[in-house]
Unconditional design. Structure first.
Length: 84
């Protein structure tokens, strides 16, 4: 989602690293038996966190012409929200 929002033609190693690091503080590894992935109930929140990190990494690497301050708005604009 961050790659699409930033209109990046490339998914760089730095962008993948940013995605991984953006989730680094979510799981508490000090708790025995803690989940390795974030809970599904918070998937929307965490996918946005990853997308913002990826888009910002693309901008910092110069492979996107988007404005860093508008990244969250760009992601909100493209995000699908289920409405029934």
């Amino acid at each position: 989602m961050g790659t699409i929002a930033a209109e990046s033609k490339v998914l760089s190693d730095q962008m993948i690293s940013a995605a991984a690091h953006s989730l680094g503080g979510i799981v508490d590894t000090t708790v025995p038996g803690a989940a390795v992935l974030p809970p599904v109930s918070k998937l929307d929140e965490f996918s946005t966190t990853v997308a913002v990190a990826v888009a910002k990494a693309a901008i910092e690497a110069g492979i996107s012409n988007h404005n860093k301050s508008a990244v969250e708005a760009d992601i909100t604009d493209i995000k699908w929200n289920p409405e029934y």
